[in-house]
Design a protein around this ligand. Structure first.
Ligand SMILES: [Zn+2]
Length: 248
């Protein structure tokens, strides 16, 4: 009984993290070499998804491309979290090319996007990333002198390095607005690079296909952004002073 509960927990965790991992784990239990079979099944399913997902409307952002648009970490590729609709892919490619044109050598980094399948299946902890039309982008950073760090972010997977600023949100445990104060000293002490961040968000906001962009109000103000599409996500959702959220 305990074993069954343990496997149910592992299946749930792998499904939440990777969508396909739970299936691979469940099937691998039928084998006499479950770990090797799990690894093989997982890799097989992940590769198969790259081919099958486009038939149901989503496409994987390339993990090998070395152009202006790149997935920030191998973690997102290995966990099937890089899927978007073809329309969102085009938005991202065009915006990153535009930034690269103004600032040659600039890489725009994608964080969490969506899973390959099933509208309504959220990519935790982002409840809204469930239809291929949402994606998170990393900020651009610079050193104290303002020199851009190409392709680098403050934390290993781009999230949770918060740009502190004034907020009206109360301190509460019952929300997804995590402060993670204990993590902050671990991150690199980069500064935001204002020109590239402003250009990227303005370019996205001008795009007819983009419906909303979430960043914290104090960043919207300090970056001098004015578009109505740039909103505050509310106090109960994740903070948006560590990344940019974009949706069609
Ligand atoms: Zn998001």
């Amino acid at each position: 009984m305990l074993r069954l509960a343990l496997h149910a927990c592992i299946i749930a965790a792998l499904t939440a993290l990777t969508q396909l991992g739970g299936i691979a784990w469940a099937l691998s239990r039928l084998s006499r070499h479950p770990f090797a079979v799990f690894a093989a099944l997982y890799v097989g399913l992940a590769l198969l998804a790259v081919w099958v997902a486009p038939l149901t409307g989503r496409t994987a952002l390339s993990c090998f491309e070395r152009g202006p648009l790149q997935v920030q970490s191998w973690f997102y590729c290995a966990t099937n979290r890089t899927y978007v609709t073809p329309e969102l892919k085009a938005v991202l490619e065009e915006a990153s090319s535009q930034v690269e044109e103004s600032y040659p050598g600039t890489q725009t980094l994608v964080l969490d996007a969506n899973f390959p399948f099933l509208t309504g299946f959220p990519l935790l902890p982002h409840l809204s990333h469930d239809d291929g039309e949402k994606v998170d982008l990393a900020f651009y950073y610079a050193d104290a002198a303002g020199d851009h760090y190409s392709g680098q972010v403050r934390s290993p997977i781009g999230y949770f390095a918060f740009e502190q600023g004034p907020t009206n949100c109360p301190d509460t445990l019952l929300s997804l607005r995590w402060d993670l104060d204990w993590l902050q000293p671990l991150w690199k002490t980069f500064e935001l690079e204002p020109q590239r961040n402003r250009l990227l968000v303005e370019t996205l906001a001008r795009d007819q296909r983009v419906a909303k962009i979430f960043i914290e109000p104090h960043l919207k103000q300090s970056l001098g952004l004015t578009s109505d599409k740039i909103r505050f996500q509310g106090c109960r959702a994740a903070r948006h002073d560590d990344h940019i959220h974009l949706q069609l």
